[in-house]
Write a protein that binds this ligand. Structure first.
Ligand SMILES: Cc1cc2nc3c(=O)[nH]c(=O)nc-3n(C[C@H](O)[C@H](O)[C@H](O)COP(=O)(O)OP(=O)(O)OC[C@H]3O[C@@H](n4cnc5c(N)ncnc54)[C@H](O)[C@@H]3O)c2cc1C
Length: 446
């Protein structure tokens, strides 16, 4: 059953500046397709686009509109790689698949820019690099290890001294960092809508305001039911991420949906532009309460980080982001905040993305944690190939089974007692529960 969601009390910069706004109809009749995809975010739409490129007959059902989920709310930072070292992935997936997953992640940012270029998607994409800034000696050491590991593979990454970090970011708040030239940023809603537009132009049939309310395999075909029509298809992809509902038993219990909020200032003055992110790199830090920040095409500063436990209700819910902004750029303390919005990140155990087998040629893909822009975009190609050929080996990660997080049932209790909710989130990284929402503990990656 589709979990009905209230409209977000969002004042999103991305909604205000989106290109590629096209209207799609609701599903009002029965139809058949090669593949049916549920969810029109970057995962579902990149897959649909790649299927449409090879003349596959694809139908996409979206409960709201393309980009309603994390894809349209995100920070739009295009980040190469997962947060895991190659050795971490080898431990989970084995040597060969671990190396494949690591290499795929490393190439995911370029794959995203390639999709944008190939389809000429207007989304303010810039390949200016992604910087991870470090706030502690521990985090700096980890950055050095990360840079050494990527350099071994020939990736264009390097350490930044404190002075270089200040020159590139304009904030004095960090000890140093590293830059990954593969990364950059884009307008995430324009990009998601652009994927939808291009997929539709190549023949994908996209239906909005059409939540899937039941899914089953009848022995021959998948049948996906919406209020006013049924789609029958040989293969199925569920791409509902943090907004997964009760549609497939156990799926929602595989993730913790965690709110992340962002604010955007008024455009910077000419003189501030010379000092604050003059090269327009995207930045994330290593604090446990992660901050991520960038400027948009109009030189607004966007700062994001941990939201409250529920959807934002009013400007007061964005106090933490305001504090982050003032800490990063004290000179902007009185700068008007023109946009405030939030979205839900799908956090998985081990912070690993998942592709799950649901039945014959039926899969779910979810859990990109905070690094889905590049990963979800890049994964569209192998997902499309797998859905067409049935060959699971084309994926960079192994396909697994739906297996709910063991303590997920306690989620509502943790939410009720507040601070323990953070410990539950920490436990997704580590086997044992521990506290310490401090600056000294590195968040390992993004
Ligand atoms: C605030 C925020 C900031 C982020 N910043 C970054 C960043 O800077 N860089 C980065 O790499 N990653 C970032 N992420 C993560 C990234 O945005 C996600 O990993 C990625 O967008 C996930 O895309 P998706 O298509 O899998 O899911 P989503 O975009 O969430 O799409 C799921 C879709 O499924 C639909 N749906 C749900 N149920 C049904 C149903 N029953 N029937 C039909 N449709 C349904 C939803 O309406 C939704 O449109 C951020 C996430 C958030 C929330």
């Amino acid at each position: 059953m589709h979990r009905s969601r209230p409209a977000l009390n969002n004042n999103s910069l991305w909604a205000a500046t989106a290109a590629n706004n096209v209207a799609f109809p609701a599903l009002t009749e029965d139809m058949t397709a090669d593949t049916v995809i549920i969810g029109a975010g970057m995962s579902g739409l990149s897959t649909a686009l790649h299927l449409a490129e090879t003349n596959q007959n694809v139908v996409v059902l979206e409960a709201r509109t393309p980009g309603f989920g994390a894809s349209g709310q995100s920070g739009g930072q295009v980040i190469a790689g997962l947060r895991h070292f190659k050795s971490d992935l080898a431990k989970v997936y084995g040597e060969e698949k671990g190396a494949q997953a690591h290499a795929f992640g490393g190439a995911a940012a370029q794959a995203t820019f390639d999709i944008i270029k190939r389809h000429n998607i207007d989304c303010d994409a810039i390949n200016t690099g992604w910087i991870q800034v470090a706030d502690s000696d521990t985090a700096l050491s980890e950055s050095e290890a990360r840079v050494a590991a990527w350099q071994l593979l020939g990736a264009p990454v390097r350490m930044l001294s404190r002075d270089e970090t200040i020159a590139l970011t304009g904030t004095q708040d960090y000890l140093g960092g590293w830059i990954d030239e593969r990364g950059g940023s884009l307008q995430p809603l324009s990009y998601t809508l652009g994927l939808a537009q291009r997929a539709a132009a190549l023949g994908a049939r996209i239906f909005t305001n059409s939540p899937a309310i039941s899914v089953h395999h009848d022995g021959v075909m998948w049948q996906v039911k919406s209020a006013h029509g049924i789609v029958r298809a040989k293969s199925l992809l569920l791409a509902t991420n943090a907004l997964s509902d009760g549609l497939w038993p156990g799926l929602r219990q595989m993730i913790l949906p965690v709110w992340s909020f962002q604010i955007a200032t008024a455009p910077l003055s000419e003189s501030d532009r010379q000092h604050i992110l003059p090269g327009r790199q995207a930045v994330s830090d290593t604090r446990r309460v992660l901050r991520y920040f960038r400027v948009d095409r109009d030189h607004r500063v966007i700062v994001g980080g941990k939201g409250t436990m529920f959807a934002p209700k009013n400007a007061g819910d964005f106090r933490l982001q305001q504090t982050m902004l003032e800490r990063l750029y004290p000179q902007l303390a009185d700068m008007p905040i023109e946009y405030r919005w939030g979205g839900e990140v799908a956090v998985t155990i081990g912070r690993l993305p998942r592709v799950l087998r649901l039945g014959p040629n039926g899969y779910a893909s979810l859990g990109c944690n905070g690094k889905g822009v590049a990963w979800c975009s890049a994964l569209g190609a192998p997902l499309a190939e797998m859905l067409t050929t049935g060959n699971e080996d084309v994926l960079p990660i192994p396909v697994s089974q739906v297996a709910p997080i063991p303590f997920h049932a306690l989620r509502s209790i943790y939410v009720a007692i507040g601070s323990s909710w953070l410990r539950l989130r920490d436990a997704m990284d580590h086997p044992s529960l521990h506290g310490g929402e401090t600056t000294s503990k590195s968040n390992k990656g993004s």
